[in-house]
Design a protein around this ligand. Structure first.
Ligand code: MG
Length: 371
Protein backbone atom coordinates (compact mmCIF):
# COMPACT_ATOMS: atom_id res chain seq x y z
CA UNK A 1 0.00 0.00 0.00
CA UNK A 2 1.08 3.58 -0.60
CA UNK A 3 2.52 5.58 2.27
CA UNK A 4 -0.14 7.00 4.57
CA UNK A 5 -0.13 10.62 5.71
CA UNK A 6 0.03 11.17 9.49
CA UNK A 7 -3.61 12.39 9.45
CA UNK A 8 -4.90 9.32 7.59
CA UNK A 9 -6.81 6.55 9.32
CA UNK A 10 -4.61 3.47 9.52
CA UNK A 11 -5.26 -0.13 10.51
CA UNK A 12 -2.94 0.49 13.44
CA UNK A 13 -4.89 3.45 14.82
CA UNK A 14 -8.42 2.08 14.24
CA UNK A 15 -10.81 2.32 17.14
CA UNK A 16 -11.60 -1.29 16.41
CA UNK A 17 -14.60 -3.55 16.04
CA UNK A 18 -17.51 -4.07 18.40
CA UNK A 19 -16.65 -7.75 18.74
CA UNK A 20 -12.93 -8.31 19.05
CA UNK A 21 -11.50 -10.42 16.24
CA UNK A 22 -8.01 -11.54 15.34
CA UNK A 23 -6.14 -9.21 13.02
CA UNK A 24 -6.42 -10.57 9.46
CA UNK A 25 -3.30 -12.35 8.24
CA UNK A 26 -2.98 -10.96 4.74
CA UNK A 27 -5.28 -7.96 4.65
CA UNK A 28 -5.59 -4.65 6.42
CA UNK A 29 -8.60 -4.13 8.72
CA UNK A 30 -10.24 -1.94 6.09
CA UNK A 31 -9.64 -4.41 3.28
CA UNK A 32 -11.49 -6.88 5.44
CA UNK A 33 -14.36 -4.41 5.90
CA UNK A 34 -14.53 -3.83 2.16
CA UNK A 35 -14.57 -7.56 1.48
CA UNK A 36 -17.36 -8.13 4.00
CA UNK A 37 -19.46 -5.43 2.38
CA UNK A 38 -18.98 -6.85 -1.11
CA UNK A 39 -20.09 -10.29 0.11
CA UNK A 40 -23.20 -8.97 1.89
CA UNK A 41 -26.77 -9.56 0.73
CA UNK A 42 -27.59 -5.85 0.89
CA UNK A 43 -24.74 -5.12 -1.53
CA UNK A 44 -26.10 -7.53 -4.14
CA UNK A 45 -29.53 -5.94 -3.88
CA UNK A 46 -28.09 -2.59 -4.98
CA UNK A 47 -28.12 -3.95 -8.51
CA UNK A 48 -31.90 -3.88 -8.58
CA UNK A 49 -32.54 -0.58 -6.83
CA UNK A 50 -33.32 2.73 -8.45
CA UNK A 51 -30.90 5.59 -8.54
CA UNK A 52 -33.17 7.97 -10.49
CA UNK A 53 -34.76 5.65 -13.02
CA UNK A 54 -36.63 2.58 -11.90
CA UNK A 55 -34.49 -0.47 -12.45
CA UNK A 56 -36.51 -1.98 -15.29
CA UNK A 57 -36.91 1.27 -17.28
CA UNK A 58 -33.77 0.67 -19.29
CA UNK A 59 -30.73 -1.56 -19.16
CA UNK A 60 -28.20 1.23 -19.49
CA UNK A 61 -29.23 3.54 -16.65
CA UNK A 62 -27.27 3.64 -13.43
CA UNK A 63 -28.51 1.49 -10.63
CA UNK A 64 -27.43 1.89 -7.03
CA UNK A 65 -24.79 -0.74 -7.66
CA UNK A 66 -23.13 0.95 -10.61
CA UNK A 67 -23.48 4.31 -8.84
CA UNK A 68 -21.76 2.80 -5.81
CA UNK A 69 -18.89 1.47 -7.95
CA UNK A 70 -18.41 4.90 -9.52
CA UNK A 71 -18.30 6.50 -6.06
CA UNK A 72 -15.72 3.97 -4.90
CA UNK A 73 -13.59 4.57 -7.99
CA UNK A 74 -13.58 8.34 -7.53
CA UNK A 75 -13.02 8.17 -3.76
CA UNK A 76 -10.13 5.72 -4.06
CA UNK A 77 -8.34 7.84 -6.61
CA UNK A 78 -8.58 10.95 -4.46
CA UNK A 79 -7.66 9.13 -1.25
CA UNK A 80 -4.57 7.62 -2.77
CA UNK A 81 -3.12 10.83 -4.13
CA UNK A 82 -3.67 12.61 -0.78
CA UNK A 83 -1.93 9.85 1.19
CA UNK A 84 -5.20 8.79 2.81
CA UNK A 85 -6.45 5.29 3.44
CA UNK A 86 -7.70 4.04 0.10
CA UNK A 87 -9.12 0.83 1.56
CA UNK A 88 -11.21 2.76 4.08
CA UNK A 89 -12.45 5.16 1.39
CA UNK A 90 -13.43 2.17 -0.71
CA UNK A 91 -15.19 0.41 2.16
CA UNK A 92 -17.22 3.50 3.10
CA UNK A 93 -18.12 4.14 -0.55
CA UNK A 94 -19.29 0.58 -1.12
CA UNK A 95 -21.46 0.72 2.01
CA UNK A 96 -22.79 4.26 1.66
CA UNK A 97 -26.08 3.41 -0.08
CA UNK A 98 -26.82 -0.02 1.41
CA UNK A 99 -29.75 1.32 3.42
CA UNK A 100 -31.65 2.81 0.52
CA UNK A 101 -35.23 1.73 0.00
CA UNK A 102 -36.51 0.67 -3.42
CA UNK A 103 -37.34 3.57 -5.76
CA UNK A 104 -34.66 5.97 -4.57
CA UNK A 105 -35.51 9.07 -2.58
CA UNK A 106 -39.23 8.77 -3.28
CA UNK A 107 -39.23 5.40 -1.50
CA UNK A 108 -37.28 6.77 1.44
CA UNK A 109 -39.58 9.80 1.81
CA UNK A 110 -42.63 7.57 1.80
CA UNK A 111 -41.16 5.17 4.33
CA UNK A 112 -40.05 8.04 6.53
CA UNK A 113 -43.59 9.44 6.49
CA UNK A 114 -45.01 6.01 7.40
CA UNK A 115 -42.52 5.76 10.26
CA UNK A 116 -43.07 9.31 11.55
CA UNK A 117 -44.58 8.07 14.82
CA UNK A 118 -42.07 5.26 15.17
CA UNK A 119 -38.69 7.00 15.05
CA UNK A 120 -38.66 7.81 11.31
CA UNK A 121 -36.65 6.22 8.53
CA UNK A 122 -33.33 7.53 7.27
CA UNK A 123 -31.19 5.67 4.74
CA UNK A 124 -27.86 6.50 6.42
CA UNK A 125 -29.05 5.03 9.68
CA UNK A 126 -30.49 2.06 7.83
CA UNK A 127 -27.10 1.42 6.18
CA UNK A 128 -25.61 1.33 9.65
CA UNK A 129 -28.39 -0.95 10.89
CA UNK A 130 -27.64 -3.35 8.03
CA UNK A 131 -23.92 -3.58 8.72
CA UNK A 132 -24.40 -3.63 12.51
CA UNK A 133 -27.41 -5.91 12.86
CA UNK A 134 -29.36 -7.11 9.86
CA UNK A 135 -26.81 -9.06 7.86
CA UNK A 136 -26.74 -12.68 8.99
CA UNK A 137 -23.42 -14.05 7.81
CA UNK A 138 -21.28 -14.77 10.84
CA UNK A 139 -21.63 -17.36 13.54
CA UNK A 140 -20.35 -15.16 16.34
CA UNK A 141 -22.28 -11.93 15.80
CA UNK A 142 -25.06 -10.15 13.96
CA UNK A 143 -24.10 -7.78 11.16
CA UNK A 144 -20.66 -7.49 9.60
CA UNK A 145 -18.76 -6.27 12.67
CA UNK A 146 -17.01 -3.49 10.75
CA UNK A 147 -14.42 -1.12 12.17
CA UNK A 148 -15.51 2.06 13.92
CA UNK A 149 -14.17 4.30 11.13
CA UNK A 150 -16.12 2.48 8.41
CA UNK A 151 -19.32 2.62 10.46
CA UNK A 152 -18.78 6.25 11.34
CA UNK A 153 -18.13 7.10 7.70
CA UNK A 154 -21.50 5.64 6.70
CA UNK A 155 -23.28 8.28 8.81
CA UNK A 156 -23.07 11.24 6.50
CA UNK A 157 -25.59 13.41 8.31
CA UNK A 158 -27.48 12.92 11.49
CA UNK A 159 -29.96 14.82 13.67
CA UNK A 160 -28.98 15.77 17.23
CA UNK A 161 -31.57 13.32 18.51
CA UNK A 162 -30.17 10.41 16.50
CA UNK A 163 -26.60 11.41 17.31
CA UNK A 164 -27.35 11.03 21.02
CA UNK A 165 -28.70 7.53 20.39
CA UNK A 166 -25.65 6.50 18.37
CA UNK A 167 -23.22 6.85 21.29
CA UNK A 168 -19.59 7.12 20.20
CA UNK A 169 -20.56 6.93 16.53
CA UNK A 170 -22.61 10.10 16.93
CA UNK A 171 -19.95 11.97 18.93
CA UNK A 172 -18.77 14.12 16.08
CA UNK A 173 -22.25 15.52 15.51
CA UNK A 174 -22.41 16.52 19.17
CA UNK A 175 -18.91 17.94 19.62
CA UNK A 176 -18.95 19.39 16.08
CA UNK A 177 -15.76 17.74 14.89
CA UNK A 178 -15.40 16.43 11.34
CA UNK A 179 -15.52 12.96 9.90
CA UNK A 180 -12.21 11.37 8.87
CA UNK A 181 -10.82 12.83 5.64
CA UNK A 182 -11.58 9.48 3.99
CA UNK A 183 -15.27 9.80 4.90
CA UNK A 184 -15.37 13.42 3.73
CA UNK A 185 -13.95 12.32 0.39
CA UNK A 186 -16.65 9.68 -0.01
CA UNK A 187 -19.37 12.31 0.44
CA UNK A 188 -17.90 14.44 -2.31
CA UNK A 189 -17.24 11.43 -4.53
CA UNK A 190 -20.93 10.58 -4.15
CA UNK A 191 -21.93 14.05 -5.35
CA UNK A 192 -19.46 14.07 -8.23
CA UNK A 193 -20.67 10.66 -9.35
CA UNK A 194 -24.41 11.30 -9.26
CA UNK A 195 -24.35 14.82 -10.68
CA UNK A 196 -22.42 13.59 -13.67
CA UNK A 197 -24.08 10.25 -14.25
CA UNK A 198 -27.50 11.86 -13.91
CA UNK A 199 -26.58 14.19 -16.78
CA UNK A 200 -25.63 11.13 -18.81
CA UNK A 201 -28.76 9.16 -17.86
CA UNK A 202 -30.94 12.25 -18.26
CA UNK A 203 -29.69 12.75 -21.82
CA UNK A 204 -29.95 9.06 -22.61
CA UNK A 205 -33.57 9.02 -21.44
CA UNK A 206 -34.39 12.08 -23.52
CA UNK A 207 -35.81 13.89 -20.46
CA UNK A 208 -33.15 16.60 -20.74
CA UNK A 209 -31.43 17.91 -23.84
CA UNK A 210 -28.03 19.24 -24.84
CA UNK A 211 -29.68 22.61 -25.56
CA UNK A 212 -31.12 22.85 -22.05
CA UNK A 213 -27.76 21.90 -20.58
CA UNK A 214 -26.22 25.00 -22.16
CA UNK A 215 -27.47 26.92 -19.13
CA UNK A 216 -25.09 24.95 -16.91
CA UNK A 217 -21.74 26.75 -17.04
CA UNK A 218 -19.61 23.67 -16.37
CA UNK A 219 -21.31 21.66 -19.10
CA UNK A 220 -21.39 24.52 -21.61
CA UNK A 221 -17.68 25.14 -21.12
CA UNK A 222 -16.65 21.53 -21.64
CA UNK A 223 -19.01 20.72 -24.48
CA UNK A 224 -17.67 23.77 -26.35
CA UNK A 225 -14.08 22.68 -25.70
CA UNK A 226 -14.82 19.19 -27.02
CA UNK A 227 -16.57 20.55 -30.12
CA UNK A 228 -13.72 22.88 -30.91
CA UNK A 229 -11.10 20.14 -30.53
CA UNK A 230 -13.20 17.60 -32.47
CA UNK A 231 -15.46 19.53 -34.89
CA UNK A 232 -17.06 16.36 -36.31
CA UNK A 233 -17.95 14.80 -32.97
CA UNK A 234 -21.57 14.15 -32.08
CA UNK A 235 -23.95 11.71 -30.46
CA UNK A 236 -22.95 9.60 -27.47
CA UNK A 237 -19.27 10.29 -27.91
CA UNK A 238 -19.76 14.04 -27.49
CA UNK A 239 -21.71 13.47 -24.29
CA UNK A 240 -19.26 10.98 -22.84
CA UNK A 241 -16.20 13.07 -23.68
CA UNK A 242 -17.85 16.11 -22.07
CA UNK A 243 -18.86 14.27 -18.90
CA UNK A 244 -15.45 12.64 -18.63
CA UNK A 245 -13.88 16.10 -18.63
CA UNK A 246 -16.35 17.40 -16.06
CA UNK A 247 -15.59 14.56 -13.66
CA UNK A 248 -11.88 15.03 -14.19
CA UNK A 249 -11.96 18.76 -13.50
CA UNK A 250 -14.06 18.28 -10.35
CA UNK A 251 -11.79 15.53 -9.05
CA UNK A 252 -8.61 17.49 -9.78
CA UNK A 253 -10.03 20.64 -8.20
CA UNK A 254 -10.96 18.74 -5.07
CA UNK A 255 -7.52 17.16 -4.81
CA UNK A 256 -5.82 20.54 -5.21
CA UNK A 257 -8.12 22.47 -2.87
CA UNK A 258 -7.93 19.77 -0.21
CA UNK A 259 -4.14 19.54 -0.51
CA UNK A 260 -3.89 23.29 -0.05
CA UNK A 261 -6.23 23.19 2.98
CA UNK A 262 -4.03 20.48 4.45
CA UNK A 263 -0.89 22.54 3.87
CA UNK A 264 -2.54 25.58 5.43
CA UNK A 265 -3.85 23.84 8.56
CA UNK A 266 -0.99 21.37 8.76
CA UNK A 267 -2.70 18.67 10.84
CA UNK A 268 -0.13 16.43 12.54
CA UNK A 269 -2.55 13.69 13.51
CA UNK A 270 -5.92 12.21 12.66
CA UNK A 271 -7.41 13.98 15.68
CA UNK A 272 -6.12 17.35 14.48
CA UNK A 273 -7.48 16.75 10.98
CA UNK A 274 -10.95 16.37 12.48
CA UNK A 275 -10.91 19.70 14.31
CA UNK A 276 -12.22 22.96 12.86
CA UNK A 277 -13.64 23.30 9.39
CA UNK A 278 -13.70 20.33 6.99
CA UNK A 279 -10.44 20.07 5.06
CA UNK A 280 -11.90 18.31 2.04
CA UNK A 281 -13.67 20.50 -0.47
CA UNK A 282 -13.83 22.29 -3.81
CA UNK A 283 -12.51 25.72 -4.72
CA UNK A 284 -15.20 28.44 -4.56
CA UNK A 285 -15.49 28.45 -8.33
CA UNK A 286 -16.07 24.72 -8.72
CA UNK A 287 -18.33 24.57 -5.69
CA UNK A 288 -20.58 27.11 -7.38
CA UNK A 289 -20.36 25.26 -10.72
CA UNK A 290 -21.36 22.03 -9.02
CA UNK A 291 -24.30 23.76 -7.28
CA UNK A 292 -25.50 25.13 -10.57
CA UNK A 293 -25.42 21.65 -12.07
CA UNK A 294 -27.33 20.27 -9.10
CA UNK A 295 -30.01 22.98 -9.42
CA UNK A 296 -30.38 22.20 -13.09
CA UNK A 297 -30.87 18.51 -12.41
CA UNK A 298 -33.41 19.23 -9.71
CA UNK A 299 -35.47 21.51 -11.93
CA UNK A 300 -35.18 19.64 -15.21
CA UNK A 301 -34.70 15.98 -14.33
CA UNK A 302 -35.82 15.12 -10.80
CA UNK A 303 -38.91 17.32 -11.22
CA UNK A 304 -39.62 16.23 -14.78
CA UNK A 305 -43.24 15.19 -15.09
CA UNK A 306 -42.35 11.70 -16.20
CA UNK A 307 -40.01 11.22 -13.25
CA UNK A 308 -42.67 12.65 -10.91
CA UNK A 309 -45.20 10.13 -12.19
CA UNK A 310 -42.78 7.37 -11.32
CA UNK A 311 -41.96 8.81 -7.89
CA UNK A 312 -45.62 9.26 -7.06
CA UNK A 313 -46.31 5.65 -7.95
CA UNK A 314 -43.28 4.59 -5.91
CA UNK A 315 -44.52 6.48 -2.87
CA UNK A 316 -47.91 4.83 -3.18
CA UNK A 317 -46.39 1.35 -3.43
CA UNK A 318 -44.27 1.88 -0.32
CA UNK A 319 -47.11 3.37 1.76
CA UNK A 320 -49.56 0.69 0.63
CA UNK A 321 -47.13 -2.04 1.62
CA UNK A 322 -46.44 -0.41 4.96
CA UNK A 323 -50.15 0.01 5.70
CA UNK A 324 -50.95 -3.56 4.75
CA UNK A 325 -48.22 -5.08 6.92
CA UNK A 326 -48.84 -2.86 9.92
CA UNK A 327 -52.53 -3.69 9.93
CA UNK A 328 -51.87 -7.42 9.48
CA UNK A 329 -48.33 -8.31 10.65
CA UNK A 330 -49.10 -12.00 10.24
CA UNK A 331 -48.84 -11.45 6.48
CA UNK A 332 -45.13 -10.73 6.95
CA UNK A 333 -42.56 -13.47 6.49
CA UNK A 334 -42.10 -14.94 10.00
CA UNK A 335 -38.63 -13.51 10.54
CA UNK A 336 -40.09 -10.01 10.23
CA UNK A 337 -42.91 -10.58 12.70
CA UNK A 338 -41.92 -8.90 15.94
CA UNK A 339 -44.38 -7.74 18.53
CA UNK A 340 -41.61 -5.82 20.29
CA UNK A 341 -41.09 -3.30 17.52
CA UNK A 342 -43.26 -4.25 14.57
CA UNK A 343 -43.06 -0.92 12.68
CA UNK A 344 -39.24 -1.06 12.59
CA UNK A 345 -39.31 -4.61 11.26
CA UNK A 346 -41.83 -3.64 8.60
CA UNK A 347 -39.48 -0.82 7.62
CA UNK A 348 -36.56 -3.28 7.50
CA UNK A 349 -38.56 -5.58 5.25
CA UNK A 350 -39.67 -2.85 2.87
CA UNK A 351 -36.29 -1.10 2.80
CA UNK A 352 -34.62 -4.38 1.90
CA UNK A 353 -36.83 -4.87 -1.17
CA UNK A 354 -35.53 -4.33 -4.68
CA UNK A 355 -37.69 -2.23 -7.01
CA UNK A 356 -39.18 -5.20 -8.77
CA UNK A 357 -39.72 -7.18 -5.59
CA UNK A 358 -41.67 -4.26 -4.11
CA UNK A 359 -43.82 -4.05 -7.24
CA UNK A 360 -44.41 -7.79 -7.21
CA UNK A 361 -45.28 -7.77 -3.52
CA UNK A 362 -47.67 -4.88 -4.15
CA UNK A 363 -49.38 -6.84 -6.91
CA UNK A 364 -49.60 -9.91 -4.71
CA UNK A 365 -51.29 -7.94 -1.95
CA UNK A 366 -53.46 -5.55 -3.92
CA UNK A 367 -54.15 -6.81 -7.45
CA UNK A 368 -57.41 -8.62 -7.74
CA UNK A 369 -56.88 -11.89 -9.56
CA UNK A 370 -53.20 -12.22 -8.50
CA UNK A 371 -51.87 -14.55 -5.89
MG1 MG B 1 -24.94 7.65 -3.20
Amino acid sequence: MHELAPYAVSSANTRGRRYVEQTPSYRSEFQRDRDRIVHSTAFRRLEYKTQVFVNHEGDLFRTRLTHTLEVAQIARGIARVLGLNEDLAEAISLAHDLGHTPFGHAGQDALNACMSNHGGFEHNLQSLRIVDRLEERYAAFDGLNLCFETREGIIKHCSAEHAAMLGELGERFVDKTQASLEAQICNFADEIAYNNHDVDDGLRSGLISLEELQEVGLFAHHVAAVRSAYPDIGGRRLIHETIRRMINVLVCDMIEKTASNITLHDPKTLVEARLGLPLVGFSDELREAQRELKRFLRNHLYQHFEVLRMTSKARRIVSDLFGAFISAPRMLPPQFQDEGNQPRRVADYIAGMTDRYAMKEHRRLFAVGEI
